[in-house]
Design a protein around this ligand. Sequence first.
Ligand code: 2AL
Length: 253
Amino acid sequence: MRLLLINPNTSAAMTTGIAQAAREVAAAGTVIVARQPSFGPASIEGHFDDAFGAAGVAEQAALAANEGFDATVIACFGDPGLDAAREVLRGPVLGIAEAAFHAAAMLATGFSVVTTMTRTCVIAERLVLRYGFERSCRGIHGTDIPVLDLEAIGGDTVDRIEAAARQALAADRSEAIVLGCAGMAALCRELSTRLGVPVVDGVAAAVKFAEGLAALGLVTAKQGDYAAPIAKPWSGWAASFGSGRRSDGQPAE
Ligand code: 2AL
């Protein structure tokens, strides 16, 4: 199968790193195509960044709509643009936060999220409520490690995430950790070994769930909310996205 992996930020190094993490867990027959928006912030660490990240995901999803991808993964923990991508793509579209919450809830009665900047915690909190995981998510913890610092993993980065995870497990009485950033994917195995509890990286979880859904022949529902966008005039630099693209390549009504 062909899997589109969209990194919603514009850090090429991070796109490469996320693609590598995805390829490490992908099945032998899965081809990972990793892309990033043509505009927007180098990392997503707040609501303003998130808004542009969502537009960037919508851009990449629309551009890829006729390329026949079997599934798509949005690799940023705020799941920016997830619903928009589902409107223009045919195969399943998974966000890494959504996938990680589902995985963790199947492994433990309670999990904690350890993320990057404390100010991004509210974005994850809202996703927990949106996806209905408030019964199993027992806490969301910032480390104040900037996303782009995760690109050059070294120094005390892993130690700091490990310490935050240990505190979270104790304070929240939780039994599993969800890593709250795509840039933490490469640390998952090391943290699992150190912590001795399930550590869920959303990139890996989303890739495996996407493969499973695609193998079942399941696609995104097109009867209602996720129908193709309604065609109408658009203006400015985004004018070309107003054609109401349908995921099967036909012009929208
Ligand atoms: C993220 C992420 O996964 N990618 C990014 O740019 N920001 N998440 C986060 N909590 O900071």
